[in-house]
Design a protein around this ligand. Structure first.
Ligand SMILES: Cc1ncc(COP(=O)(O)O)c(C=O)c1O
Length: 388
């Protein structure tokens, strides 16, 4: 039965709150950056208000019960056992990855990513003067899979691999078999493996992701920021059973000043993992319903655009190849013509150019508005194209 305390229906005005999604460009219907247009779980709101009521906001230590909250969540939900000794606090997944690149690889080293993938993976590698090596995912019959021969070859020239599980933007949960094969290949070529699992809780109802726990050396990045829509608090952890690697990472994060804790983050994270599971389960239903809405809408109203099947994340990957328009042009056209902002597929790698990424973590009313604008924009684009 639905908990009436949770509101996933109301459209909350976010313009004017310094929201990256709503205020940076001023589009009417922003469906790009990965945050949600829902109110947080009531327990999180209460915890923040409780902490805010104490009017001193000085430096904060990371308390043991924050790590306990992570340990409990992964044990309860994923049967993944963690211990304090194997964890380090960080202000964000990308901050951690940047620090790990600096302390575990050298300038000029190759770092492997599987494209199309979260665009910031490219920047974090290049900004640290390392080189991107792409293991392009194979797209066939509307589905993605890993090219393991290519992975084997490219890992032999790489120092590090950054895995995304579930994978942004294609929304795929990598199978245990895939993870095992990746793990074995990384071991074979002595490659440091980072597994970014930030989207792990946002799966279709009844579906679970597989934590990467097959190798002691794997480094996992975990955070409640996507699952509970608290990215603005900037909080995450790094987990590895390899104590030598963990010491090096902790040192680097200290040098980078990315290991200190925001005064509100602690309250938010603990309330999320310890008290907001019911909210998350209902959120997953809402996102799944939204996904079905998009699927049906495209099939009936806009069959030229195909939804790539996925089982995780609230980011949908729309195959627009039949339109034969570069994704940047398409994305820009939808913005100028319709005030609708979807991410251009090329941002996630050259092999993403036939796609748009659509964030559907919003109330159904807003989603329907977005879909109507998508149809109007694509219809207008096709009319314009046909004039030439
Ligand atoms: C795969 C992935 N990793 C990391 C991040 C960002 O994490 P953080 O805000 O903790 O740096 C995102 C945000 O969209 C993401 O999709």
């Amino acid at each position: 039965m639905k908990n009436t305390e949770f509101d996933f229906e109301s459209v909350i005005k976010r313009k004017g709150t310094n929201s990256l999604k709503w205020d940076l460009f001023g589009d009417d219907v922003p469906m790009w950056v990965a945050d949600m247009d829902f109110k947080v779980a009531p327990a999180i709101e209460k915890a923040i208000l409780r902490r805010a009521a104490h009017p001193v906001y000085g430096y904060t230590v990371v308390p043991d019960n924050l790590f306990d909250a992570y340990i409990g969540w992964w044990d309860r939900r994923y049967d993944f056992k963690m211990s304090h000794d194997d964890m380090a606090y960080s202000i964000g997944v990308m901050q951690s990855i940047s620090s790990m690149i600096r302390c575990l690889t050298d300038v000029g080293d190759n770092i492997l990513i599987q494209t199309p993938v979260y665009h910031v993976f490219f920047y974090v590698i290049e900004d640290n003067d390392r080189k991107v090596l792409e293991n392009q995912l194979i797209y066939e019959n509307g589905e993605y899979r890993i090219d393991f021969d290519d992975l084997d070859e490219k890992l032999s020239e790489s120092k590090m691999m950054i895995l995304c599980n579930p994978h942004n933007p294609i929304g795929k949960i990598w199978s245990k078999n895939d993870l095992n094969r990746i793990g074995k290949l990384c071991k074979k070529h002595d490659v440091i493996l980072i597994s970014d699992e930030i989207h792990c809780d946002l799966t279709d109802p009844g579906v679970k992701y597989n934590p990467f726990q097959y190798l002691d050396d794997v480094i996992t990045c975990l955070s409640p920021s996507k699952s509970f829509n608290i990215a603005g608090f900037q909080s995450s952890i790094v987990h590895t059973k390899n104590s030598e690697l963990l010491d090096r990472i902790k040192n680097q994060m200290h040098v980078d000043n990315s290991d200190s804790c925001n005064v509100f983050a602690t309250s938010a994270v603990i309330a999320a993992y310890n008290e907001s599971e019911e909210w998350l389960e209902e959120l997953k239903e809402v996102i799944y319903e939204n996904k079905l809405t998009v699927n049906d809408y495209l099939a009936e109203e806009l069959p030229i655009v195909k939804l790539v099947e996925c089982d995780a994340t609230y980011l949908l990957w729309l195959d627009c190849s039949a339109l034969k328009v570069p994704s940047k042009v398409l994305s820009e056209f939808l913005r100028t013509n319709q005030g609708l902002f979807l991410s251009a597929g090329i941002d996630f790698g050259e092999n993403g150019d036939n796609f748009l990424r659509m964030n559907i973590a919003c109330p159904p009313k807003l989603l329907k508005e977005g879909l109507a604008r998508l149809k109007a924009g694509i219809t207008a684009l096709n009319i314009i194209k046909n004039q030439f």
